[in-house]
Every structure is written in C-alpha cells, then in structure tokens.
Design a protein around this ligand. Structure first.
Ligand SMILES: Nc1ncnc2c1ncn2[C@@H]1O[C@H](COP(=O)(O)OP(=O)(O)O)[C@@H](O)[C@H]1O
Ligand SMILES: [Mg+2]
Length: 446
C-alpha cells in the first residue's frame, strides 16, 4: 500500500520534459546519438548548441530564433534543453502565446511583462536576511480559489536554526508558495530576504541521501544569528524590480494582485536605476530567454509590439516555436510563413525539427520510461513505438502513466501490451478527439 502511494506522488512530479538535462553535445558541438535525455534530431540540437554559445557570449541580445517543425518533434524539448545548458543564472521563461490573452490586462502589457521576466539583473548587495537550517515547517493549506481540487498554502510557520540560536516565523502566502515550489523541507539551509521575501536555498545539511533528481550541495548549519546582514549577489528580473517599485509607489499596495498592469513610468524608472547600478559596478544585465510556444496564436498587434521591444537594449532573446507552415497572421487577412510577419521573420534564425524514425521513437520511449522508473516488456515497447509513429510521440509518452496504473491494477510489475492497448482504448489522442467532435457537430447540423 505504502509503496503505491509513494509511486503515485512521484509520478505527478514528472513533467513532460523532465528527462531532458541538456542538448547532449560533445566538445565540438556535435550531437551524440543519445545525450542529455534527447535522441536524434541532431541538426536542430547542434544549431541550438551554437545559439547557447552566442547567448553566453552576449551576442544574441535582442535577436530571435524560430523552431519550426511538426507537432511532437521536440521543439519544446529543445527549448528546455537550451535552458538547461544556459544554467540557472540566465533567466528562461516559457509561455504559450495563448497566455497573453487574459481579462486582467491588455495583451501587449502581458507580453511586455513576460519579456521583462526574461531579463535578469545580477546585483551585488548587502541585504537584511534570515538565514538558517529549516528545523520545522508547517503549511496551512486552503483550496486554490481558481481550482478547488488543488490546495495551496495560505501561510506557513517556519523555524530556522543556526549554531547559535533558533527562531520561528510565520510567513504569508507569497513566501509559503516559494517554499512549496522550491521543495523546501527540513534539513535545507535557506535564506529569506527580509525586504523582498525572496527565498533562496543554499543547500542541505548532513549527508543523508534523498531521492531527488537534483544534485544538491551539502552545507553546514550556519554560524551566528538567524537575522543578519549578508553580502551576496543575486539575480532578479526586470519584472521583479518593476513590481517591487510599483508596490512601493502606490497607496493601493495592499490590494495589488500578482497580475496587474504596470505603468510605463515605473518601468522607465527601473531601467534608469538599473543603468545607474551598472555604472556604479554593482549590477550586471543578463538578457535571458523568452520561449513562446504556439506562436501562431500571436496577433499582428503582439508581433508589432514585440518587434519594437526587441530593438530596446533591454530585450531578452526570443525563441518562437511553430508547427504551422503558411498561416494567416492573426488579426489580418495576410498569410505568411508560420503566421509570423515578414519584418519579424527577418530577424529570426530558423531551426527546423524533423519527424522521427521508428527507431528514434523506440529509443525516446525507452529513455523516457527508464527515467520514470517503469518496466516495459518488448511487446509494450513495440506497441508504443507504433503509436508514437502513427499517431504522435506525445500521445505515446502520455500513455505511459495510465498504462503503468493498469499494470499495477493487474498486480504486474511490468507494463505489457494489454496495458498499452487498454490505455489506448480509454484515452484518445487529439486527432481522434477532434475528429469525434467534428462528426458530432455534423450530426447536430443535419
Ligand atoms: N529528441 C527527443 N528526445 C527525447 N525526447 C523527446 C525528443 N523529442 C521530443 N521528446 C519528448 O516527446 C514529447 C513531445 O515533444 P515536444 O517537445 O512537446 O514536441 P513539440 O514541442 O515539437 O510539439 C515530449 O515529452 C518531449 O520531451
Ligand atoms: Mg511544444
């Protein structure tokens, strides 16, 4: 019993691209057949490797990349691999173009904020912080107002210990969410910035091994007081600075929510401040990467805005992904390659991803299930390979989790062909589900 529940929670933590650790290139930037969790797609990976170098050398600022290819050919996977290669200091923001359309703010505002999330500022500073080993952490959970099936922390109580003392604090929802998202638990040494509430994890104490994919740094329980001034460098995004300034400069600060519009004056003031810091030698600008999936959902207004914003000295590197060939540019009657306006296309480097061979699909499925700790017999692998080849790779990968549940219900430690077939009959892929609804609509009309 115990074990099944553990497996189930472990399962949920695997996002679609968690097996990807990098581009899997050798020193001369040639792609290994399998590397970094990626299989095949060598040309695209090698091109991405050059882009990573250009980004690290600061030669890509304000320019863009378009990854074009059919669905399920690894466009998002390659973007994730690029972010892994860049390291955690370089901001990497991933959105779908659909996220720019919300009722809470103008679409161009949403795009602008997202762009500024992808530009980092590395700051050297002395901060008032709380630092210590977490010896106790209790969340007070409430249902997510947007999704009652989920619970989110409303607040938390935390006790931090140094070699000298122990202190307890109660923190609000923003900090509690950060604890949860960064997986803070007892034994971690963390630093909380008293003013901004930013939480950073310094490492773990002791040598106790945890079943984590991340390799964590082992650190000692800190000396001195929990509350102290600490000199350190950290990376914030321009958007973080915008928000902090917006909060300070308005009497409505108590009522502000995460997603409000920010005045351009505030952004200008932040930019000036950052430039001043750079001149004083206490800050450095790190243009990061903004990955926009489903580019065809952007309309002409968003494209025009982005094109202009890319000219600014404070622009991130933009990676667009598209699975459309020629498409109408949203908001116009014109068509263009990938639905992207020509003036923007002019500044993009284009990488294409190609459909996988059967053998590559088999390898991807094997790599993927090994990473998830699943056992499959030959028949199941063959079946999934066929599904991946005929329907889509994404669908084949998505079937792994339900097939594993079905195998467990049969009390089998191995996924067999029956489990895959049953999973396939219960869950359809998008082409089938959309065809089904089309049929249905036809019937309703006649
Ligand atoms: N070359 C590859 N090697 C390993 N896994 C891959 C590869 N290409 C795609 N995948 C995996 O297959 C699934 C679908 O790929 P994805 O990147 O979402 O495709 P796209 O963005 O082109 O639609 C994802 O789970 C992805 O991680
Ligand atoms: Mg994708």
């Amino acid at each position: 019993m115990e074990e099944i529940r553990e497996l189930a929670t472990k399962f949920e933590r695997y996002s679609a691209h968690s097996h990807i650790t990098g581009l899997g290139l050798d020193d001369s930037l040639n792609a290994r057949e399998i590397g970094g969790g990626l299989v095949g797609q060598k040309k695209a990976r090698e091109a991405a490797g050059i882009i990573v170098r250009l980004i690290k050398e600061g030669k890509m600022a304000g320019r863009g990349i378009l990854i074009a290819g059919p669905p399920g050919t690894g466009k998002t996977a390659i973007a994730v691999a690029i972010s892994k290669e860049l390291g955690k200091d370089i901001p990497f923001v991933q959105v779908s173009a659909s996220e720019f359309y919300s009722s809470e703010m103008k679409k161009t505002e949403a795009l602008y904020q997202t762009m500024r999330k992808a530009i980092g500022v590395r700051i050297r500073d002395t901060r008032r912080v709380l630092e210590g080993e977490v010896v106790e952490l209790d969340y007070s959970m409430v249902p997510n107002p947007y999704n009652p099936t989920q619970k989110i922390p409303e607040s938390a109580r935390i006790t931090l210990a140094t070699k000298k003392e122990k202190r307890s604090f109660s923190v609000g929802n923003r900090i509690a969410m950060q604890f949860m998202y960064s997986g803070i638990s007892e034994g971690d040494v963390i630093i909380i910035d008293k003013e901004t509430g930013r939480v950073t994890k310094a490492g773990r104490t002791g040598s106790e091994k945890r079943y984590d994919i991340d390799v964590e740094e082992i650190v000692e329980r800190p000396d001195g007081s929990v509350e102290k001034d600490k000199e350190y460098t950290y990376v914030v995004s321009l958007h973080d600075l915008d928000e902090a300034r917006a909060r300070r400069s308005t009497i409505f600060s108590l009522f502000t929510s995460e997603s409000r519009e920010i005045d351009n004056e505030i952004r200008q003031a932040v930019d000036e401040q950052v430039k001043e810091w750079i001149e004083q030698g206490i800050a450095e600008l790190i243009p990061g990467v903004l990955f926009i999936d489903e580019t065809h959902l952007m309309d002409i207004e968003l494209f025009a805005f982005m094109n202009r914003a890319m000219e600014s000295e404070m622009a991130p590197i933009i990676i667009l992904a598209s699975n459309r060939g020629f498409a109408r540019i949203r908001g116009t009657d014109d068509t263009s390659p990938h639905g992207v306006p020509l003036d923007l296309l002019d500044r993009l480097l284009i990488i294409t991803t190609e459909p996988y061979s059967r053998e590559e699909i088999r390898l991807i499925i094997e790599t993927r299930s090994a990473e998830m700790g699943l056992l499959l017999d030959q028949g199941a692998i063959d079946k999934l390979t066929e599904i991946g080849y005929k329907n889509s790779l994404r669908y084949a990968i998505q079937l792994l989790a339900p097939a594993n549940e079905l195998a467990k219900i049969r009390n089998s430690g191995k996924i067999e062909i029956v489990d895959v077939e049953r999973a396939e009959s219960l869950f359809v892929d998008v082409s089938k589900s959309s065809a089904y609804l089309k049929e249905w609509e036809k019937k309703m009309l006649t």
